[in-house]
Write a protein that binds this ligand. Structure first.
Ligand SMILES: [Zn+2]
Length: 244
């Protein structure tokens, strides 16, 4: 049985499993898996270029076209790392650029959000996205989980979470599972979550696979392919169209 890791920074441990690896857009791209997400993390905003016109976002725009890039992100808002109001406004501008890109390429948006829930909800309400918005690494309380789920968000959980929020997301059919930057096996996270939900583990795995398909995540689509030459850096990425 295949387990899906919705958000991680390293390849899956079990060869059968599928991990959506968040590309570190600051570094040369080294293909190591079949599925990726691409975005500028709010920690790495290109402040000099005021976000939207930044070099990093241009790279994201280019990667977003690749079939192997099945989601946009992680992108988002982080009040803890914004040193000034201007930083925070730049984060918001850059995040909205990612939201537009996700709509353009019809791929889900994976969101990092720290202490910026009101702004995230406000942006989502005015933006009215057609693609799914996934808050990754959700550890918030039940009241926040309810606000986000009512607004239409998906919530992705790692090893640490509020169990009532977890149950709430399961009830809404919007629960996803991830390892993020922890050096753990995604199967251990599924095991723990299934226990906490009092479910057979197999049911959780099948439900999440179904969920990803419903979200239009092309989990069956990406294939290893001939290298795609990045025009600025000469870095390689997978490019399905160039397969022969
Ligand atoms: Zn992450």
């Amino acid at each position: 049985m295949r387990y899906y890791d919705i958000h991680t920074h390293r390849p899956a441990i079990h060869p059968e499993d599928m991990a959506i690896i968040s590309i570190d857009i600051r570094k040369p791209f080294i293909p190591c898996a079949l599925m990726y997400s691409a975005g500028v993390h709010p920690w790495y905003i290109d402040y000099d270029d005021k976000g939207t016109t930044g070099r990093l976002f241009e790279k994201v725009h280019e990667y977003a076209q690749l079939p192997a890039v099945i989601a946009i992100g992680e992108a988002g808002l982080d009040k803890m790392t914004a040193k000034t109001t201007n930083d925070y406004l730049s984060q918001q501008t850059l995040f909205i650029s990612h939201a537009h890109l996700a709509e353009e390429v019809k791929k889900p948006l994976i969101i990092h959000c720290v202490r910026a829930w009101n702004e995230l909800l406000r942006i989502q309400l005015s933006f009215q996205p057609a693609v799914p918005w996934v808050v990754h690494g959700f550890r918030g309380k039940e009241s926040l989980a309810s606000r986000l789920l009512d607004a239409g968000f998906y919530l992705s959980f790692g090893l640490h979470y509020n169990i009532i929020s977890l149950q709430e997301a399961w009830t809404y059919h919007r629960l996803l599972v991830e390892t993020d930057d922890n050096q753990i096996n995604i199967r251990d996270v599924y095991h723990q979550i299934a226990n906490d939900l009092l479910l057979p583990e197999q049911e959780l795995v099948l439900e999440i696979e179904k969920r990803l398909k419903d979200m239009n995540m092309h989990i069956d689509n990406p294939m290893p392919a001939a290298p795609f030459q990045h025009k600025d850096t000469g870095n390689t990425a997978f490019h399905k169209e160039e397969m022969s």
